[in-house]
Design a protein around this ligand. Structure first.
Ligand SMILES: [Zn+2]
Length: 245
């Protein structure tokens, strides 16, 4: 069963790659994939998750334009999360977490690639979380879902305002606020709080490492993927985190 889940969700990850790429570049979700440089249609045998990227050595078959490593990374991440969900989550929450993780994965893809987060992956998901919480398909009440969304937005909004007042530059993008609101709607206040805490920690380590390696004075790194990583940590470890507090 594990292999079937793994293979199916590699393909789902491949679809999420397409969604992430096309929503952020304002392209239609429908239609065949083409190379962004030479516009040649990509053949089916070059669209096999992970394997095609390895066989093509990460470049277009025709014009040799580099294909980002995000493609196999997103596919493997999706399959890995699906296996974790299958083994460690009660089946009544699979639908909700499937939606939530898909939105996080699309966000990871777009934010790494373009430093942008699509509102399709954040705003559109928040009402879904409210409905799923109300229907008992998430391990939190509708009220917790609502307060989680508001808290997630407001805490980052406050941090952004304080940062701007002190440094006079925008440190956070609007998309980060939307993302933490979406995370809060699926995980409640504790989830939003943990995501922010873990996300800031991971983001700082990566930022400092990049500064150290490149020897620059400042750098811009996307915050969304680290918030998403924090949210994933919370979902899978929430029982341990809640008992710790
Ligand atoms: Zn090409």
């Amino acid at each position: 069963m594990d292999w079937i889940i793994f293979l199916f969700f590699l393909c789902w990850g491949s679809f999420l790659n397409v969604v992430g790429y096309r929503v952020i570049h304002n392209k239609s979700i429908l239609g065949r994939s083409v190379c962004p440089r030479c516009s040649r249609k990509i053949a089916w045998y070059d669209l096999i998750p992970v394997i095609s990227w390895i066989l093509l050595q990460g470049a277009c078959r025709y014009c040799k334009k580099r294909i980002t490593i995000l493609y196999p990374f997103i596919e493997l991440l999706t399959a890995f999360l699906a296996l974790l969900t299958y083994h460690y989550m009660p089946s009544q929450y699979w639908l909700a977490y499937g939606l939530f993780f898909s939105a996080l994965i699309v966000t990871i893809r777009t934010d790494f690639e373009t430093m942008l987060i699509s509102r399709y992956a954040t705003w559109c998901m928040i009402p879904c979380a409210f409905l799923l919480a109300a229907a008992g398909k998430l391990p939190l009440t509708l009220l917790s879902s609502l307060t989680g969304a508001v808290f997630g937005y407001l805490i980052l909004w406050t941090i952004a305002r304080v940062f701007y007042a002190v440094r006079k530059i925008e440190g956070l993008g609007e998309g980060d606020l939307d993302l933490l609101a979406m995370i809060g709607s699926f995980t409640g206040i504790m989830g939003a709080w943990t995501s922010l805490f873990v996300g800031s920690f991971l983001g700082s380590i990566v930022g400092i490492t990049i500064l150290f390696i490149t020897k620059k004075k400042s750098t811009q790194i996307p915050f969304g993927p680290w918030l998403a990583a924090g949210a994933l940590c919370y979902v899978f470890l929430q029982n341990h985190i809640l008992s710790f507090f």
